[in-house]
Design a protein around this ligand. Structure first.
Ligand SMILES: [Zn+2]
Length: 317
């Protein structure tokens, strides 16, 4: 009873909101194009991409609560309610969000457009990625799901999202195409800054005290990459993983070890103390901390910070 009441109230509140929204929309353009499209996204990069591509036409929500590590999320009943009201559901892949598969099974909405943003993007398996012996040991068959960290794949994801919006809302095709093109231009310029910034560095390897998220980035910009956790940070690193990381830091004369925003830096801190190296932060950006949300960080701003940290760690300046 309580949950039915809650659901009813939520639907009522949302209908009122959309009424208020259309009544307050500036000019008549909004009316002609109909109500806003509602898109539910799983991860932060999709949320940010969808907001840029959708612009004023789309209301985008992110399923992950701020600060939640994406690999360990479990959908709540409220997520199904939201999804039943949505026009689009945008996810990365079932390898990245196994919980998305479960969510889709609980759906009643028949005309939901489901956008698999990794469509057409070849996924690497950690076993194909040289130099990550730790991830290799544990995740031979799992594809590396962190595709947005290769910016050429991010472009493809944006095109997939654009096409999803056009399927649902063909009347605004031009808007989506223009917005997507503008954002892709920004991504390409980011890619160039990475290419230039990471050229001619004194080191060619980084050690991450977090999980195995940056292999695509490492491959694209030509550095070696090792992490102490596997593809997902759910399993703790073994003593052998830690010893291997220590050895790489020493053998390569590294001055830094990386840690991640959403993982407690316990392991990276212990390694930094033990090896006498400084900590730097790399953000896989699958989700944001609450602080970063409140500060209005974007995918592009986080990647700019990653570039600065990588230049430091690889001694590019
Ligand atoms: Zn991850």
């Amino acid at each position: 009873m309580r949950s039915r009441q809650k659901t009813f109230c939520m639907i009522l509140a949302l209908s009122l909101l959309s009424l208020v929204g259309s009544a307050c929309a500036p000019g008549s353009e909004q009316k002609e194009k109909g109500p806003k499209i509602i898109a539910v996204t799983t991860l932060f990069p999709l949320y940010d991409f969808a907001k840029h591509v959708g612009g004023d036409r789309v209301e985008v929500t992110l399923q992950l609560p701020p600060g939640m590590e994406p690999h360990s999320f479990e959908p709540r009943p409220s997520d199904i309610i939201k999804l039943n009201r949505a026009d689009l559901f945008i996810y990365t892949s079932f390898a990245m969000e196994p919980w998305a598969e479960a969510l889709l099974k609980g759906l009643q909405s028949r005309d939901l457009v489901i956008v698999n943003s990794s469509r057409g993007i070849p996924a690497m398996k950690p076993s194909e990625e040289k130099d990550n012996r730790h991830a290799q040991n544990r995740h031979l068959d799992a594809a590396d799901p962190h595709i947005w960290l290769d910016f050429s794949s991010a472009v493809k994801m944006i095109e997939n999202i654009r096409d999803g919006f056009i399927t649902k809302d063909p009347g605004s095709k031009e808007t989506y195409e223009q917005n997507a093109a503008a954002y892709i231009t920004k991504l390409k310029s980011l890619d160039e800054r990475f290419q230039q910034g990471l050229r001619g560095c004194r080191k060619n390897i980084i050690v991450n005290g977090g999980h195995f998220a940056f292999a695509y980035m490492a491959k694209r910009y030509g550095f070696r990459y090792v992490s102490v956790y596997g593809v997902s940070p759910n399993a703790e690193p073994t003593a052998a993983d830690l010893a291997g990381a220590m050895k790489l830091i020493r053998d390569n004369g590294l001055h830094h070890i990386f840690h991640e925003a959403l993982l407690k830096p316990r392991v990276a801190e212990a390694l930094s103390r033990e090896a006498g190296v400084a900590l730097l932060k790399l953000d896989p950006a699958g989700n944001l901390t609450k602080n970063d949300f409140d500060r209005g960080e974007t995918f592009l701003s986080l990647m700019e910070k990653n570039l600065d940290q990588l230049k430091e760690g690889l001694q590019c300046r």
